[in-house]
Ligand binder design. Structure first.
Ligand SMILES: Cc1cc2nc3c(=O)[nH]c(=O)nc-3n(C[C@H](O)[C@H](O)[C@H](O)COP(=O)(O)OP(=O)(O)OC[C@H]3O[C@@H](n4cnc5c(N)ncnc54)[C@H](O)[C@@H]3O)c2cc1C
Length: 301
């Protein structure tokens, strides 16, 4: 059976696309590894209109409730591993089955690169965070460490100088790759201690993070911090989509209608080249992509 539409991912972009698709009575399926995506990791969401404060898991539960109202077919715990368009049909392979569709919306989001140090997984959301814009305010007047040496790490460290008491900026190489202007700001800030050539060995604590162990070219030390920001980059979940134009970061290139270079394949949210990665932006793009798919299906008739 050839479906009208398959939506890949059920974060803010995919769930919103599914609500719009259901309201247009499109015959479709959502395939996803989980519900909520990255948005469900955020402890505090204070910038989604309509909610002055809501936790990420609560907001995503509301998205899920909204989607379920439409009785949408949802294949959970299933990962798309291949996507290709041939002879006007889009073929999708997953970890469980194969599917065919006339249109697809890729809303598979991004994932943060992890350092892979002991304690990192255990203390995720208990002191270990991957988004300063989102979680930085939780560490007001506390000591924190930011890991990384590119623009996102430097920006994260600058943001934290306004919030935290002390900011360790820990870089694995001997020099930052981020902008010199940002480096200057940090070098002259008395709250900041820069550690180059330094590797994270482990993160320790009790219920929450209490300290980290680092190694600077053989010199080992423990730093008492309550917050650990890993800012070594994000990876778009776009690897399975062959034949699509992607930028140098691996994000799927889309136009302002969320169309990719392949007709019938749309993309929405963090997996795309659209600037700024936020829940409201992903949700808006999901809506646009679903409406675009609906119009495209109309033209096929
Ligand atoms: C810790 C943290 C806190 C944040 N806090 C905020 C905040 O306060 N406010 C704000 O606006 N933004 C915040 N953000 C950013 C926001 O979460 C993202 O911009 C938003 O979730 C992007 O939505 P998305 O649907 O594009 O992707 P995602 O949320 O990444 O969802 C992607 C979905 O695709 C699924 N998926 C991935 N690969 C596959 C595959 N191969 N097959 C099937 N399914 C797949 C995933 O399981 C997931 O369901 C935060 C991000 C993080 C990491």
């Amino acid at each position: 059976m050839i479906l009208d539409l398959i939506i890949i991912g059920a974060g803010p972009a995919g769930i919103t696309a599914s609500v719009y698709a259901a309201r247009k009575r499109i015959k479709f399926l959502v395939i996803t590894k989980d519900i909520g995506g990255q948005a469900a990791w955020s402890s505090d969401v204070e910038n989604y209109p309509g909610y002055q404060f809501i936790t990420g898991p609560d907001l995503m539960a509301k998205f899920q409730e909204h989607m379920e109202k439409y009785g949408i077919q949802l294949n959970l715990n299933e990962e798309v591993v291949e996507l290709e368009k041939k002879d006007n049909i889009i073929y999708i392979k997953t970890t469980k089955a194969s599917y065919e569709a006339k249109t697809v919306i890729i809303s598979a989001g991004k994932k943060a690169k992890e350092i892979g140090a002991p304690g990192e997984k255990e203390y995720k959301n208990k002191g270990v965070a991957y988004c300063v814009t989102c979680d930085g305010p939780l560490f007001a007047e506390k000591d924190v460490a930011v890991f990384g040496g590119g623009n996102s790490a430097l920006d994260a460290a600058i943001q934290m100088t306004d919030i935290a008491s002390k900011v360790y900026l820990v870089n694995i190489t001997g020099a930052f790759t981020g902008d010199p202007i940002m480096q200057e700001k940090l070098k002259n800030n008395p709250k900041v201690k820069i550690l180059h050539n330094t590797r994270l060995e482990s993160i320790t604590g009790e219920k929450f993070v209490k300290s980290i162990n680092v190694d600077t070219q053989g010199k080992k030390q423990a730093l008492d911090v309550e917050g650990v920001f890993i800012e070594i980059g994000m990876i778009p979940n776009s690897w399975f989509a062959s034949g699509l134009d992607k930028n140098e970061r691996g994000e799927i290139e889309v136009n302002c209608a969320n169309e990719t270079n392949v007709p019938g394949i749309f993309a929405a949210g963090d997996v795309t080249s659209v600037p700024e990665k936020q829940i409201v932006i992903a949700a808006g793009d999901g809506a646009k992509a679903a409406l675009g798919a609906f119009r495209y299906l109309g033209r096929l008739k």
